[in-house]
Design a protein around this ligand. Structure first.
Ligand code: PLP
Length: 461
C-alpha cells in the first residue's frame, strides 16, 4: 500500500544539515521579555526555542535549492537565473509581465502607488497587515469583505476565506468608480489561514467582469490553497495541484507574491500583471526602488532558489504532509480544550485568545498576554493577530479587532513532530492557568504597523 495510506503522515524528507537550538531557562526568558518590552518581535532569535512567529522566509531550503543557488548568475541585466525564475513563475501563473521584488510588500507598495490614492477603495477578503498599510499609505481605504463565517472562529465552513459576493457586488454597484481593483488573499492569513474555494474565485471573477474591474490575487499561499481546493471542494479531488493553481491564476488579472511562503524561499517576491500599460508604470517604480527589471530586489542565486522552490511547493506528498502536520498541532490543542480557529488552516494554528482569556477586555490585548505567556513558559514565539495588530484606526482612535488570535505559524520543513509535541505540552500547560494571565498596556508605539515595535507592560491586577 502507498505510504500515504498509513495513518502516520511522515515528513517526506530526511535531515541533511542541522541547526542547534539553545534550551533557555524560564529566568532567562523573563529577563529577555523585560528587555524586549514584552514585544516578541524584539527578542533575539537565539533566545527562542521553537520559533513560530511566522512561516515567512523561515522554511528550510532543499538540497536541490542549495544546488540551484550555485547556478546563480549575478549579471546585472538578462541573467539566465532571471529567465529560469520567470519561466518557473509563468509555468504556474500565466501572466505575461513578471516583476521581481525583494519581498511581497515591495510588490504591494509598487502596485498601490500606481492604482491607489485618496478617495479610492480596495476590497479584499481580509487585507494582510502590510497590504492594508500599503493601501492606506496612499490615502485609499482598505475594505475587508470576507464571508460572515470567516469572522467566526468556531464556524466549520471549509472555505472561510471566501469573499462575500453580495457585499462585493453592492460595493461595486454603489462605489465602483472609486475601486481600482479587487483583491483576494489566498489563503486568508489574517482570517486564520483559511482557503478560498474555486467556486468563490469564479464568482468574484464574474462580479469583476460585470463591473469591468481587474482581479488581483495576494497569492503567498497559493499551493496550500490549491491543496485545500483539491481536498475539500466537490469535483476537485482528482486534479493535480498544478492544474488547480493554473486555473486560479487564469481567473485573475494580476498577483502580488511573497515568495517567502509557499515558494519556499528565504527572501523574494513578485508582482505579475496581464496589462502592459500597468506593467510599464510598475516597472518604472521598480527601477526607482528595487532594481533593474530582470532582478528586481533579488540576487541571481535567490531567483534560482525560488525557481526550484516553485517546483517543490506543488508536490502532493509535500502538501499532504504540510497541511496534515499543521492540523496535527491544532487537533491536539482542540482535544485539550484550547479554543482554536477551525478548521485548522494551512500554515498556522490560530489560538482564540479572546475565548481563552475572557477576563481580559480586547483593549487589554488578550492575544499579547497569551503570546508572552507561551514564550515565558516554553520559549515558544507566536504572533498576536488581533487588537495590537489591527486596533489602531487611521483617525488615531483604538478599537477592538474582529478577533484576538495568537498565530502559531509553522515554518516549512523546519520542525519535526517531537518539536510540535513539545509545543502542544507547553500550550496546554499555559491554557490550564489562562485565568491568571495579566492584561497589558502599550507604553510606546509608532504611527503605523505598531505590532512590530510597540513596547508593552503588564497591568497589575
Ligand atoms: C497574505 C500576505 N500578504 C502579504 C504579505 C507580505 O509579504 P512580505 O512579508 O514578503 O513582505 C504576507 C507576509 O506575511 C502575507 O502573509
Amino acid at each position: 500500500m502507498p505510504a500515504s495510506a498509513y495513518r502516520t503522515i511522515i515528513e517526506p524528507f530526511r535531515i541533511h544539515s542541522v541547526e542547534p537550538l539553545r534550551l533557555t531557562t524560564e529566568d532567562e526568558r523573563r529577563a529577555a521579555l523585560r528587555e524586549a518590552g514584552f514585544n516578541l518581535f524584539a527578542l533575539r532569535a537565539q533566545d527562542v526555542i521553537i520559533d513560530l512567529l511566522t512561516d515567512s522566509g523561515t522554511g528550510a531550503m532543499s538540497r536541490d535549492q542549495w544546488a540551484a543557488v550555485q547556478h546563480g548568475d549575478e549579471s546585472y541585466a538578462g541573467s539566465p537565473s532571471w529567465f529560469r525564475f520567470q519561466a518557473a513563475v509563468q509555468n504556474l501563473f500565466d501572466f505575461p509581465h513578471v516583476i521581481p521584488t525583494h519581498q511581497g510588500r515591495a510588490a504591494e507598495k509598487i502596485l498601490f502607488t500606481v492604482v491607489g490614492g485618496p478617495g479610492k477603495v480596495v476590497p479584499n477578503n481580509t487585507h494582510f497587515d502590510t497590504t492594508r498599510a500599503n493601501v492606506e499609505y496612499t490615502g485609499a481605504e482598505a475594505l475587508d469583505l470576507v464571508i460572515a463565517e470567516g469572522r467566526d472562529p468556531s464556524s466549520p465552513h471549509p472555505f472561510k476565506g471566501n469573499v462575500d459576493i453580495a457585499a462585493l457586488d453592492a460595493l461595486l454597484a454603489e462605489r465602483g468608480d472609486v475601486v481600482p481593483l479587487v483583491m483576494v488573499t489566498i489563503t486568508n492569513n489574517s482570517g486564520g489561514g483559511q482557503p478560498v474555494s474555486l467556486a468563490n474565485l469564479r464568482a468574484v471573477r464574474e462580479v469583476c467582469d460585470r463591473y469591468g474591474k481587474p482581479l488581483f490575487l495576494d497569492a503567498c499561499r497559493f499551493a496550500e490553497n490549491a491543496w485545500f481546493i483539491r481536498e475539500r471542494e466537490e469535483g476537485q479531488g482528482d486534479r493535480d495541484v498544478v492544474d488547480i493553481v493554473r486555473e486560479v491564476a487564469s481567473l485573475a488579472d494580476g498577483m502580488t507574491m511573497s515568495a517567502k511562503k509557499d515558494p519556499l524561499g528565504n527572501i523574494g517576491g513578485w508582482l505579475a500583471v496581464r496589462d502592459e500599460a500597468l506593467a510599464a508604470r510598475c516597472r518604472e517604480l521598480l527601477i526607482l526602488t528595487e532594481g533593474f527589471p530582470t532582478y528586481g530586489g533579488l540576487a541571481g542565486r535567490d531567483l534560482e532558489a525560488l525557481a526550484q522552490g516553485l517546483t517543490e511547493a506543488v508536490d502532493h506528498d509535500y502538501l499532504r504532509y504540510r497541511t496534515r502536520s499543521t492540523a496535527y498541532l491544532g487537533e491536539a490543542l482542540i482535544a485539550g480544550g484550547v479554543p482554536c480557529v477551525q478548521p485548522i488552516g494551512g500554515h498556522a494554528v490560530y489560538l482564540d485568545a479572546r475565548a481563552l482569556l475572557p477576563h481580559l477586555d480586547p483593549l487589554h490585548y488578550p492575544g499579547q498576554s497569551l503570546a508572552v505567556a507561551l514564550y515565558e513558559a516554553g520559549g515558544i514565539r507566536g504572533c498576536e493577530i488581533g487588537t495590537v495588530m489591527f486596533g489602531r484606526q487611521p483617525d488615531g482612535t483604538e478599537q477592538a479587532a474582529a478577533m484576538d488570535l495568537v498565530r502559531l505559524a509553522i515554518p516549512r520543513r523546519t520542525y519535526t513532530q517531537s518539536h510540535i509535541d513539545y509545543v502542544i505540552e507547553v500550550v496546554l500547560g499555559v491554557a490550564a492557568h489562562a485565568a491568571d494571565l495579566p492584561a497589558y498596556r502599550i507604553v510606546d508605539e509608532p504611527p503605523s504597523l505598531r505590532h512590530f515595535t510597540a513596547r508593552f507592560e503588564p497591568v497589575p491586577a
